[in-house]
Design a protein around this ligand. Structure first.
Ligand SMILES: Nc1nc2c(ncn2[C@@H]2O[C@H](COP(=O)(O)OP(=O)(O)OP(=O)(O)O)[C@@H](O)[C@H]2O)c(=O)[nH]1
Ligand SMILES: [Mg+2]
Length: 431
C-alpha cells in the first residue's frame, strides 16, 4: 500500500540483486505494536436498560463492573471505565463509556449535548498533547472514541426522534454502528421490515453511519456483505446454557432458548466479527484521520491558523504567529484608543454635570439673596413704622402729662383758697 503511494514521477524502480532485509519491516511494525499494546474506546449510546452492559460483557467474554442506572437521572451523564485485557500476547486497553440516564428525561432536547461534549473533550485532550512542546504521544492515554454503538429499542416501528437527532449530531465526530438491542423481543418478519425502515430513515435524514471499508481486497467482500446487514440485531447474555453437549451463551425463555452466537437467531457474531476481529484497526484509523482531523482543522482555524494566505500562497506557522501577533497588537491599540475616547467622553460628561450643578447653585444663591433682601426691606419698613408709632405715642404722652400737670396745678390753687376761707370762717363746713 505504502509502496504504491511512493511510485510516480521522480521515482525509479530498480531491481535488487540479493536479499537486503527490509522485507522484515512489516514484522518489525507488528512486533513494535504488540509490545506497545493497543487501545480501543467504545461509546455505548442507548436508553437505560437496553442491554448495553450485557452486550459489552458478551462481546469481550468477561464481566465488566457497573451498576444498572436508575430512571430518575436529571440529565445525561457519561461514565467511562478503562480495563486492561490480554489475549494471547496482545494487550488491549479497553475503555467503555456508557450514557447514564439517556432517554429518561421528559424534555430530551439536550440529551445529545453531554455526548457531543464528551467526544470533543477527548479530541481536545489529544490536540493539547499534540500542541505541547514536549509531547509524549506514544505514552499518552488516547481516550478518543473509536466506535459508537448506538442501541436502538426493538420497537418494530421506526426510529425515535431522539435517536435521529443524536445520531445526526454525532455522525461527523464518531464512527456510528447502529444496533437493534434486545432483538429477541421482535419477530423475524418484523425485524426485516424494521431494519429496512431504520436504514431508509437514516438515509432520508442524512445520517452518516460507519461503513465497513471495502478498499482492502482481503476484507472487501465480507465488509461489503456486512454493510448490507446493518443495523445488526443483537442479543446479549453472559449466561452459559448446555445446548446439545456444548455450553453456549443463551437466553432461556419458557418457550425456548435464544442462542447469542447462533447466526440464525441474531447478528451478534456479525457484530463481533466486524467490530473486533476485522475492522478494529480501521475504526481506530478513521477516528484519527477523519473525525479527529476534522476537529483539529476546525479548532486550529478557529484559533486563526491557516495553510495559505488570501492569495493561496503557503502560510507558515511563523507567519501565522506574526499575523496573529500583529492582529492582537492592532486590537489592543484599538481597545486602548476606545478606552481613551471613553475616558475623555466621561470627563466631558462629568464636567458638564458639574457645571450644571454649579449653575443651579448660583441660581439658588441668587434666589435666596433676593429673598433675604426683600425680607430685610420688609423688616426695615416695619421698624420705621413702629418707630413712627413710638414717636407719635411719646408726643401724645408728653401732651397728656402736660395736661395732667396743668390740671393738678389748677386743682391745688382751689384747695388752698378753700382752706383760707375755712380759716377765716370756722363755721363753714367742709364737703
Ligand atoms: N430480552 C433481552 N434482555 C436483555 C438483553 N440484554 C440484556 N437484557 C436484560 O436487560 C436488562 C438490562 O440490561 P443491562 O445490560 O443492565 O442494560 P444497560 O443498558 O446496561 O442498562 P443501564 O446501564 O442501567 O442503562 C437485564 O435484565 C438484562 O438481562 C437481550 O438481548 N434481550
Ligand atoms: Mg449498564
Amino acid at each position: 500500500m505504502c509502496f504504491k503511494s511512493f511510485q510516480g514521477e521522480g521515482c525509479r524502480t530498480v531491481p535488487l540483486s540479493g536479499h537486503v532485509g527490509f522485507d522484515s519491516l512489516p514484522d518489525q511494525l507488528v512486533n513494535k505494536s504488540v509490545n506497545h499494546g493497543f487501545c480501543f474506546n467504545i461509546l455505548c449510546v442507548g436508553e437505560t436498560g437496553l442491554g448495553k452492559s450485557t452486550l459489552m460483557d458478551t462481546l469481550f467474554n468477561t464481566k465488566f463492573e457497573g451498576e444498572p442506572a436508575s430512571h430518575s437521572q436529571p440529565g445525561v451523564q457519561l461514565k467511562s471505565s478503562t480495563y486492561d485485557l490480554q489475549e494471547s500476547n496482545v494487550g488491549l486497553k479497553l475503555t467503555v463509556v456508557g450514557t447514564v440516564g439517556f432517554g429518561d428525561q421528559i424534555n430530551k432536547e439536550d440529551s445529545y449535548k453531554p455526548i457531543v461534549e464528551f467526544i470533543d473533550a477527548q479530541f481536545e485532550a489529544y490536540l493539547q498533547e499534540e500542541l505541547k512542546i514536549k509531547r509524549v504521544l506514544h505514552n499518552f492515554h488516547d481516550s478518543r472514541i473509536h466506535a459508537c454503538l448506538y442501541f436502538i429499542a426493538p420497537t418494530g416501528h421506526s426510529l425515535k426522534s431522539l435517536d435521529l437527532v443524536t445520531m445526526k449530531k454525532l455522525d461527523s465526530k464518531v464512527n456510528i454502528i447502529p444496533i437493534i438491542a434486545k432483538s429477541d423481543a421482535i419477530s423475524k418478519s418484523e425485524l426485516t421490515k424494521f431494519k429496512i425502515k431504520i436504514t431508509s430513515e437514516l438515509v432520508s435524514n442524512g445520517v452518516q453511519i460507519y461503513q465497513f471499508p471495502t478498499d482492502d481486497e482481503s476484507v472487501a467482500e465480507i465488509n461489503g456483505t456486512m454493510n448490507a446487514h446493518l443495523p445488526f440485531a443483537v442479543i446479549g447474555s453472559t449466561e452459559e446454557l448446555k445446548i446439545g453437549n456444548k455450553m453456549m451463551k443463551a437466553r432461556q425463555y419458557p418457550w425456548g432458548t435464544v442462542q447469542v452466537e447462533n447466526e440464525t437467531h441474531c447478528d451478534f457474531v456479525k457484530l463481533r466479527e466486524m467490530l473486533i476481529r476485522v475492522n478494529m484497526e480501521d475504526l481506530r484509523e478513521q477516528t484519527h484521520t477523519r473525525h479527529y482531523e476534522l476537529y483539529r482543522r476546525c479548532k486550529l482555524e478557529e484559533m486563526g491558523f491557516k495553510d495559505t494566505d488570501p492569495d493561496s500562497k503557503p502560510f507558515s506557522l511563523q507567519e501565522t504567529y506574526e499575523a496573529k501577533r500583529n492582529e492582537f497588537l492592532g486590537e489592543l491599540q484599538k481597545k486602548e484608543e476606545e478606552m481613551r475616547q471613553m475616558f475623555v467622553q466621561r470627563v466631558k460628561e462629568k464636567e458638564g454635570e458639574l457645571k450644571e450643578a454649579e449653575k443651579e447653585l448660583h441660581e439658588k444663591f441668587d434666589r435666596l439673596k433676593k429673598l433675604h433682601q426683600d425680607e430685610k426691606k420688609k423688616l426695615e419698613d416695619k421698624k420705621k413704622s413702629l418707630d413712627d408709632e413710638v414717636n407719635a405715642f411719646k408726643q401724645r404722652k408728653t401732651a397728656a402729662e402736660l395736661l395732667q400737670s396743668q390740671a393738678q396745678q389748677a386743682g391745688g390753687s382751689q384747695t388752698l383758697k378753700r382752706e383760707k376761707e375755712r380759716k377765716n370762717n370756722p363755721w363753714l363746713c367742709t364737703e
